[in-house]
Design a protein around this ligand. Sequence first.
Ligand code: HEC
Ligand code: HEC
Length: 309
Amino acid sequence: MSDFVNAGWSFYITIVTLVGIACCLWLLFSQRKIAVVLNQDGSVAKDTGHVWDGDLRELNNPLPRWWMWMFALSCIFGLAYLYIFPGLGSNPGASGYSTQGELKQSLIMANSELKPVYDKYVAMSVEQVAADPQAKIMGQRLYLNNCSQCHGSDAGGAKGFPNLTDHDWLYGGASENIKETITHGRGGVMPSFSHLGDEAIINVTHYVRSLSGLSSDSIKTARGKAVFSDNCTACHGADGKGNQMLGAPNLTDKVWLYGGTQSAILETLRNGRQGMMPAQENVLSPEKIHLLTAYVWGLSNSEPQAAKK
Ligand code: HEC
Ligand code: HEC
């Protein structure tokens, strides 16, 4: 496969390459004899007449034979290489070799070697896989390669990227919820409420903070409660405990995706939030997703973690 936009480029590169080699050979051919330099008296000189530092003379010797042969062989090697391997424009080469083909071949080999290992885990439940030390190491590697850039290498999350090690779930922490999240991705849609006006938004911010016991102004909180009932309960629930079908967070706990400060909540309400968890079904095989599900499930359901709670 070539990346050229049209055949003209391939042709151009082929010409430049072949003419380049031809010029090298011509240069070699043109230098095969020593240039004749004459002395002032008409006799043939042994040097070129260039003298440095008083007595350092440049001799007029022919190019060494071995060097000429090396040069010619390099050109022949180049031509043979270009004949066998891809390199001349988009010409695939006589051998049919390609780096892409090599990669495909080694992927097939790696997959067939790994298949028995994966098959063993696919036959086990997520809970069983999570308890297997080897599966945990494999899951961690998959996690570090594919997930850590967003959720952090310790899976502790960051602003806008949920912590995967706690018991607080946007979309549910059962193994089938986690597998669904990883396979198909998730998109949380928190609409903007700037149309309600600043006063209503500030009031509801106070109410939201009161839900998790954070400091708030009592009058604004009371007014905000009405705003909340009118606008927010459809997704966050009448009690503010959220809805895992929609990924609407529980607003009554101390866990925040975007922050629980006055200004962070205001920003959420003014601009809305759209967290995107990218689907992995086209990136990772179902076997790998199974291992990852077990790894993520295990992060909050392992023994030491459970003991801490
Ligand atoms: C590009 C960034 C990104 C990558 C890469 C990513 N995630 Fe996510 N993930 C998110 C975001 C953002 C959310 C929250 C979605 C929302 O706000 O609705 C999320 C949500 C989740 C959830 C749901 C958490 C909950 O509380 O319900 C799980 C589980 C999860 N990700 C696991 C993974 C795994 C496993 C990988 C690696 C295969 C991964 N993520 C890769 C950004 C990412
Ligand atoms: C259409 C459903 C929907 C409605 C209506 C809605 N929300 Fe949300 N809200 C969400 C979703 C989904 C998220 C998570 C966004 C994400 O994952 O990126 C969210 C996130 C939030 C957050 C951020 C929580 C955190 O942990 O950082 C706050 C605060 C919030 N909503 C408050 C409100 C308030 C107040 C209202 C009413 C004025 C409201 N929401 C109305 C769906 C909704």
